[in-house]
Design a protein around this ligand. Structure first.
Ligand code: BES
Ligand code: MN
Ligand code: ZN
Length: 519
């Protein structure tokens, strides 16, 4: 999709739809304005359209019928999108996303988005016009996203003389943001940032939505390399031999049931010029389980296919390092991805097995389905020892318990550092990818005590998300700034019928916001 910003008048745009935002409090006034632009009564809309947050109404203007001064809109459709009563930054994302979803449903190509009032909105929200434009662009790209990669295109196939039952693939080709001359530059800047974050998020969603016969430990590492090549950061991939030599017993234990070797990828972004300044180093570790069957502690069949998304944390790592490189952020970002699937092959590890991790800590594998923490353990210790970063953040679809606690709207946050936790919480509120902090009191330690090893990979029925975090904490040594984000709830929507089924890309905007404001 081409994203552009223009100072041209709204009514001149020959597009498939032009989008107008409507505050609930100004609904009457706005509908009247639209009526004069459309050259027709909007009574039908006036009755039902309440301008609730993300509500969309579509109007079909009669060409040539517009205002007497010749200001009829040239667009085929007018979208009115509600902002609700008290919009926040994320309201703009939701509104733009709803507009894009509607455009997708109607199979439209070109959409113009009216942000001529952006300065007023910015003032009202105490935000910059640039950030509103960024959020609008991010939201639009998020709503426009569709996982079509593995659908055959009927028209393309016919051209090549092949038969297929596929449909013609659809894509929104253009988003044109319209604003006034005064706000032009700041809106343009925001749209550029939003486009970078939004398109990297779409790349991440494509990785997550691809099933396990497309994305395995090797192809996931290749995806990291491909991004590094395209955007200018280094990627090193350790193979099974190297992983074995390093003694990464957690990753190797989980990999035992698999026919595909594990990988351990290191993504390393540094800005080209540092001007002699010391840069902060942010490390991000992501769970890269390309499919989680549960292993010998096998999962039930229902919705097991969703476990293709168990590498969402890893995909977020690729996305975040990519965003840092594309935005040329003044920091070093190290991304770490331990990756394997969790399978039941003849040599699969058994419950009760004891692993020796990279840290030297022994782990009783009480349940082979608690595999994420085993591979993350090696990633966390490795990055702490080799890079001693200023902060270590891990993202993982780690526990069903976290989904029970917080559902889909928010990720669980666990940290040994109040300042880091606060920064991540704030980034969540601004990016719309919300996190909620949970406790890590020592009281929970006894649940993961093992009789036969240093620690056990399960913690019993209560506080499953917390005991998982307590397990990870053992592997960061004496590091004083670590945070774990359990994204099992928000990463992937399994509900059928919802247009947003599949990966949400949750984590990319959160990390982008965190890195951009890091101190
Ligand atoms: N990948 C799952 C967690 C998960 C569940 C993610 C639902 C997304 C949706 C993880 O590896 C897992 O199986 N965790 C177990 C841990 C338990 C055996 C201690 C769980 O949550 O049941
Ligand atoms: Mn599991
Ligand atoms: Zn898992």
């Amino acid at each position: 999709m081409k994203v552009s910003v223009s100072k041209a008048a709204v009514h001149l745009q020959k597009v498939d739809a032009v989008v107008f935002l409507v505050l609930k409090t100004l609904r009457k006034q706005r509908v009247a304005e639209i009526e004069s632009l459309a050259g027709q009564s909007a009574d039908a809309i006036d009755v039902d359209f309440k301008a609730a947050e993300g509500e969309v109404a579509v109007l079909y203007p009669q060409s040539g019928n517009g205002q007497s001064n010749g200001k009829a809109v040239s667009a085929k459709r007018i979208f009115l999108v509600g902002l609700g009563e008290k919009p926040s930054l994320d309201t703009f994302r939701k509104a733009a996303s709803a507009a894009a979803t509607k455009a997708k449903e109607l199979k439209l190509a070109k959409v113009a988005f009216d942000l001529s009032d952006v300065a007023d909105y910015a003032k009202q929200l105490s935000e910059s016009a640039s950030y509103l434009s960024q959020a609008t662009t991010e939201g639009f790209l998020h709503g426009a996203y569709e996982f079509q990669m593995l659908k055959t295109d009927r028209v393309e196939a016919m051209k090549q003389g092949k038969k297929t039952t596929g449909e013609k693939k659809h894509e929104i080709t253009e988003l044109m943001i319209l604003t006034d001359a005064k706000s032009f530059e700041t809106v343009q800047h925001g749209a550029e940032v939003g486009e970078i974050i939004g398109t990297s998020q779409s790349m991440v969603r494509d990785l997550i939505n691809q099933p396990s016969n497309y994305i395995d430990a090797v192809s996931l590492a290749n995806a990291a390399k491909k991004s590094g090549k395209a955007h200018g950061f280094a990627v090193t991939v350790f193979d099974k031999k190297k992983i074995t030599a390093l003694g990464m017993g957690g990753l190797l234990g989980v990999n035992r049931g698999s026919a595909i070797p594990p990988t351990f990828s290191i993504l390393d972004y540094k800005p080209a010029r540092t001007n002699g300044k010391a840069l902060p180093t942010i490390a991000i570790v992501g769970k890269g389980v390309t499919f989680d069957t549960g292993g010998i502690s096998l999962k039930p069949a229902d919705n097991m296919g969703d476990m293709k998304s168990d590498m969402s944390g890893a995909a977020d790592v690729i996305g975040a390092v990519e965003v840092a490189a594309r935005l040329k952020l003044p920091m070093r970002v190290i991304g770490i991805i331990p990756s394997t699937d969790n399978k039941t092959g003849p040599d699969a590890q058994n419950p009760g097995d004891i692993l020796t991790t990279y840290a030297g800590i022994t782990v009783e594998v009480d349940n082979t389905d608690a595999e994420g923490r085993l591979i993350l353990a090696d990633g966390l210790t490795y990055v702490k020892e080799q890079y001693n970063p200023d902060v270590i953040i891990d993202l993982a679809t780690l526990t069903g318990a976290c989904v029970v606690a917080l559902g889909n709207p928010a990720a669980g946050l666990f940290s040994n550092n109040d300042d880091v936790a606060e920064q991540i919480f704030k980034a969540g509120m601004r990016s719309g990818e919300k996190v909620w902090r949970m406790p890590m009191w020592d009281d929970y330690d006894k649940q993961i005590k093992s009789d036969v090893a240093d620690v056990k990979n399960t913690g019993g029925r209560g506080a499953g998300a917390i005991t998982a975090a307590k397990f990870l904490e053992k592997f960061i040594g004496d590091h004083k700034a670590w945070a774990h984000i359990d994204i099992a709830g928000p990463a992937f929507a399994s509900m059928s019928g919802s247009t947003a089924r599949g990966s949400s890309g949750f984590g990319v905007r959160l990390l982008a916001e965190l890195m951009r404001n890091w101190n």
